[in-house]
Design a protein around this ligand. Structure first.
Ligand code: FAD
Length: 461
């Protein structure tokens, strides 16, 4: 028997896809500019099926890519030529939810929002909230160390994963971490989070749940310039406040969101959303300080949500902004870089200048509190050379982030899109150390081959 015959023997009919039409949906992730048809897609429903598949791949030397919902924006879940895709959406059971211990043990295909839904009756929730939370999976979140609006206060996925069960690229099953906050020994589960599927497949994830905040205070402030909104973010933090979220949208993003969901936003060059959350009295006190800071920051208009419905209306536009930008342009690239919060205004000014220089519009909608920028570079793929120009502009923005002391990715990962920029941020020795870890755990280079690590490291250049 050959590889495909042995693979088919592992699964019931219909759960190994090899035909063109069935493979098509797996050819790309949300970065659709990159496409690759896999050799096959398997649809495991149980951990043992993942283990058997990975062992088979190891025996035959076939590369494999784990995939959740394919919402990666950096080509992270792009198939590898001649390789297979392990599509994990069917492994979507919450195995255990323990309100006393405040943990949830989940399979990797569980959708992020589902954990909070199931935890809500116990007054608990799962904090990391990527904008893709109604569709993205915990497996993908772990691999990308995903973040979201509320990560300013609570941290990224890495701060909420207590333990993992992982199938190594050689098909061994290992347990990393546990259920407690105080881990013993090396932080190996922490080490796995953010490695973009390069070190194996997470098949079980133990998550920390938090008590739902008692109160929220959500404020929307309009500014006459994007830099003005950026400066307000620094002012808020300098006054000692740590809001649950601080988000900025520029004029283009506001227009797009308005057209899509009619959130009722004021017309402005930029909007800042600040959300305080926590115990009632604390939020009430902080709200007074926030009001003062926002007044001092020169906001043109300020609205405070007076009810849960008004709060949801403020968030509705922000959450819809990414997809809404599709209304402004046939195509767009989402970039994801980070700058130190204190240099936000400077970064935004420079992005505006680059946008003019390249003759391409850039919409900005981002997690300002983290300094996590999400410039959306608008282009028309049908116009010759425009995609290349958009990519060059996006690349300039990444270099800018590194130059200002930030990083190449806040939450969307490196994938294939940004691996060429890794040498901008890491010295050759750093890249070789990463390569060494990969080689030690995956000597045949099968797990998510060709992602994250630039070839230049291997070439020793
Ligand atoms: C509209 C939109 C908004 C977004 N907003 C945010 C945001 O606010 N914050 C944010 O962080 N991201 C955001 N993203 C990016 C993306 O949704 C997240 O990074 C998410 O975590 C990816 O999850 P997924 O299930 O779609 O993973 P996939 O795209 O399927 O995979 C992502 C990576 O994880 C690996 N992987 C998947 N499952 C496993 C597993 N079980 N074990 C090992 N590796 C695995 C894949 O190989 C790939 O490298 C957004 C994307 C879109 C399209």
């Amino acid at each position: 028997m050959g590889f495909l015959e042995e693979l088919r023997a592992l699964f019931p009919p219909g759960r190994v896809l090899t035909q063109g039409a069935a493979l098509a949906p797996y050819e790309s992730d949300a970065l659709t500019a990159y496409r690759q048809r896999p050799l096959a897609v398997v649809l495991p429903e149980r951990k043992e099926e993942v283990v058997q598949t990975v062992r088979l791949c190891h025996r035959y030397g076939v590369p494999f890519v784990a995939r959740g919902s394919g919402t990666s924006l950096s080509g992270g879940s792009l198939p590898v030529e001649g390789g297979i895709v392990l599509a994990l959406n069917r492994m979507n059971r919450i195995l255990r939810l323990d309100p006393q211990a405040m943990v949830a043990v989940v399979e990797p295909g569980v959708v992020n929002l589902e954990v909070s839904r199931q935890a809500a009756p116990f007054g608990l929730y799962y904090a990391p909230d990527p904008s893709s939370q109604p569709v993205s999976t915990l497996g993908g979140n772990v691999a990308f160390n995903s973040g979201g609006a509320h990560c300013l206060k609570y941290g990224m996925t890495a701060n909420h994963v207590l333990g993992l069960e992982v199938v190594t690229p050689e098909g061994e099953v290992v347990r990393l971490g546990g259920e407690g906050l105080e881990g013993v020994g090396p932080d190996l589960h922490g080490f796995f989070v953010g490695t973009e599927g390069l070190l194996g497949v997470a098949v079980e994830i133990t998550l920390r749940l938090l008590p739902k905040p008692e109160a929220y205070h959500t404020l929307l402030a309009a500014y006459g310039s994007l830099e003005g909104a950026g400066e307000a973010v620094s002012l808020v933090i300098r006054r000692g406040l740590l809001p649950g979220a601080m988000e900025i949208m520029d004029r283009l993003a506001i227009e797009a969101a308005e057209a899509a969901v009619q959130a009722g936003y004021p017309k402005a060059e930029a909007l800042l959303i600040v959300e305080l959350e926590g115990p009632k009295e604390e939020v009430a006190e902080e709200a007074l300080v926030l009001e003062e800071v926002i007044r001092e920051s020169g906001a043109l208009e300020v609205r405070v949500a007076g009810s849960e419905a008004e709060r949801q209306a403020i968030w509705k536009g922000r959450k819809a902004a990414f997809s809404a930008v599709g209304r402004l342009s046939p195509d767009y690239l989402v970039q994801d870089g980070v700058v130190p919060r204190s240099r936000l205004a400077e970064a935004l000014r420079e992005i505006g200048r680059l946008s003019q220089a390249y003759g391409l519009r850039v919409a900005n909608v981002f997690h300002a509190g983290d300094g996590n920028l999400h410039p959306l570079v608008l282009y028309d793929g049908k116009k010759p050379g425009e995609l290349e120009r958009a990519e060059a502009l996006a690349g300039e923005i990444l270099r800018l982030c590194v130059r200002l002391g930030g990083s190449l990715t806040g939450e969307h990962g490196i994938g294939v899109e940004k691996k060429g920029y890794m040498p901008e941020m890491f010295a050759p020795e750093d890249l070789l150390a990463m390569e060494g870890v990969k080689k030690a755990l995956d000597p045949k280079g099968l797990a998510n081959r060709g992602k994250v690590l630039p070839e230049v490291a291997r070439a020793g250049g």
